[in-house]
Unconditional design. Structure first.
Length: 139
């Protein structure tokens, strides 16, 4: 196994040399539209499919099914089926799924600190692309 590089260059190493295919697939999973919402809902309690569906505005039954399957495959969510009539299925975040909270909160904090700066850069970029001033673009 290769040793980790120093802090400087570490991100490049992780993205390109360690195992880039797995790295990108995990980032795709974590950064998709629904994963963090689902994990957040399941972080401290077990829920049934219909409860999750009701709690997430805009998600379809099919998309929730696909998302839960992918999360189960990656070990982020555990699915439990009870032999009852009608069958009862419950979902909960695993320890691995709950471990997403810390890095996601760090990212959310970064966004909170820098959102105004980013919005300003977007306005300036859009204004330059449209041939207007940043102040005009703000209006």
């Amino acid at each position: 196994m290769m040793s980790l590089p120093s802090e400087r260059g570490r991100m490049r190493w992780i993205c390109t040399e360690d195992d880039p295919v797995v790295f990108r697939s995990v980032l795709d999973r974590v950064a998709d539209k629904w994963t963090l919402i689902i994990i957040g809902l399941l972080e401290d309690r077990t829920m049934r499919f219909t409860e999750i569906l009701s709690a997430i505005p805009g998600i379809s039954r099919r998309m929730l099914t696909l998302s839960l399957r992918s999360l189960e495959r990656d070990g982020l969510v555990q699915r439990t089926v009870y032999a009852e009539v009608p069958p009862r299925v419950e979902y909960r975040a695993t320890e691995l799924g709950n471990a997403l909270s810390e890095p996601v909160l760090a990212l959310a904090s970064w966004v909170a600190v820098h959102k105004d700066e980013i919005a300003g850069h977007r306005r300036s970029f859009d204004a330059a692309a449209n041939g207007t001033s940043a102040e005009e673009a703000r209006l």
